[in-house]
Design a binder for this molecule. Structure first.
Ligand code: SF4
Length: 474
């Protein structure tokens, strides 16, 4: 009999991919998706621990299910992912009606664990070893990657797919919980990644996005060959059917010239790099233990501009990190003004128990100061993004059509063929235009007629077919 699964995902692209894989494995076990918790036999939350807000959201969602579980005790409620690994038994204490807790390294076990609970086996918890709970090899083994199963319905769009090339992180930035919950840095064998990309291209995927916490730290030693990210994207570029390859997120110190040259040379590689700076102040970077100075970050940006003059660069910033002064913050503003990033993801610092930052420093920047700095930096970035989009007016760009625009999705009439579509340029700029559903998944020439800070607006350039003359043979 078909069972119903409700799954909610918060957090980064890694979690979106993990949910895709969990859904694929549960479909094999007779589940189909539902979009409401009332109908569901199993309710899963795939969680994030990077900010307090993301955790609070999950605990309130669990709180709302208390009565539903009392009324229908057979419903299985599970918490997966980073928060499961971080909080472990605390989740059972705060929400005793939860049946299942599974860390990111044990997701392949979800179908068997659910079957065991349904058979009356009681609540289950499966998590990886902590970073100090064994030898490195043992800890690595306890964080298993889970990639071969895919479910196209769970992808961002049918024509795009995430491909994990590595798991974990060894950088230990002091504000970040990822090295604890996702474990040691481990790269997947290139042969597995290439086979997966081939399969995706065969299923109609036009774009793959390679994922890693520090994706450009990718290293894999085969018996006679050492693979870097540049070698991997050369191999992927040769796959028929793929149109675009992107990779996120980069670590500034590992942005090597061989990688920049590969991005420049390979036609399928997006001319887009996401390289978080996090702060413009050396004092803050040092406290964050980011492993580079702002001079080194600038030198990396100079190399990017010299080798890839048309590439777009995006960054991340944390404002209000422990001890950040007004002068430190002004250095960050200066860096953003000077480097003119395509866009910046800006976050207010959120202390994470279990990180070195939480142990070493007081979270001493008041919330209203964090908010003000966040808004100020966002305003600077928005002004730059808007100005940088203006030169596109009147130009023609090549857009991979991803699907309906956000506005069109809200009022979608499936019978209407003419719809508002959205897609991205090769340098990751969002373009919105009117088109036809059949154009989703195609690469189209679009003439840009308007622009704001976040979006370019355009029209499809239609090819005129000239009159053809046929001579009738006598
Ligand atoms: S590089 Fe730093 S911020 Fe990124 S995942 Fe690793 S520890 Fe976290």
């Amino acid at each position: 009999m078909t069972k119903k699964l409700y799954i909610e995902t918060v957090g980064c692209q890694m979690n979106v991919l993990d949910s895709e894989l969990v859904v694929a494995s549960l479909r094999k076990n007779g589940y189909e998706l539902t979009d409401n918790t009332r109908d569901a036999d199993t309710i899963l939350f795939n969680t994030c621990s990077v900010r307090q807000h993301a955790e609070d959201k999950i605990y309130s969602a669990l709180g709302r299910l208390k009565n539903a579980k009392r009324e229908a005790p057979h419903k299985i409620i599970g918490v997966l992912g980073c928060m499961a690994q971080k909080d472990q038994r605390l989740i059972f204490e705060r929400a005793p009606y939860v049946d299942l807790i599974v860390g990111p390294g044990q997701l392949h076990q979800v179908p068997q664990l659910i079957a065991g609970i349904a058979a009356g086996g009681g609540p289950r918890m499966e998590v990886s070893l902590g970073r100090t709970e064994g030898a490195r090899a043992e800890i690595e083994r306890s964080h298993e990657s889970f990639d071969p199963l895919r479910d196209p319905e769970m992808r961002p769009t049918p024509h795009q797919a995430y491909v994990r090339i590595m798991i974990g992180c060894d950088k230990f930035c002091t504000y970040c919980i990822v090295p604890s919950v996702r474990g040691p840095e481990q790269s997947r064998p290139p042969s597995q990644i290439v086979a997966e990309a081939r399969q995706l291209a065969g299923e109609g995927c036009k774009e793959i996005v390679l994922l890693g916490q520090t994706v450009n730290s990718y290293r894999y030693q085969e018996s006679d060959r050492r693979w870097r990210l540049s070698d991997l994207i050369y191999a992927l570029d040769a796959i028929d059917g793929l149109e675009r390859i992107k990779f996120v997120t980069n670590y500034p110190k590992d942005m090597t010239d061989d990688l920049l040259d590969a991005v420049g040379e390979l036609p399928k590689c997006a001319k887009y790099l996401h390289v978080p700076a996090q702060s413009g102040s050396n004092r803050v970077l040092q406290r964050m233990k980011r492993g580079y100075t702002i001079e080194e970050y600038r030198e990396m940006m100079d190399r990017i501009r010299a080798r890839l003059p048309d590439a777009a660069v995006a960054s991340d910033f944390i404002v209000g990190f422990c001890g950040e002064t007004e002068d430190d913050f002004q250095l960050t503003c200066e860096l953003v003004r000077e480097q003119r990033f395509k866009n910046s993801f800006i976050f207010k610092y959120s202390e994470r128990p279990g990180t070195r930052g939480a142990d070493l420093y007081a979270d001493d920047v008041p919330e209203e100061v964090k908010k003000r700095r966040n808004n100020e930096l966002l305003a600077i970035q928005n002004e730059i993004s808007e100005a940088d989009n203006q030169p596109f007016l009147g130009r023609q760009v090549e857009v991979l059509v991803e699907g309906l625009s956000k506005a069109a999705e809200k009022h979608d009439d499936p019978a209407a063929q003419q719809v508002q579509l959205t897609g991205r340029t090769r340098c990751d700029r969002i373009v919105v235009f009117d088109g036809n559903r059949r154009q989703i998944g195609q690469v189209l020439p679009i003439a840009i007629v308007d622009a704001n800070a976040h979006t370019l607006f355009g029209t499809v350039v239609t090819q005129h077919v000239g009159p053809e003359l046929f001579t009738l043979k006598a």
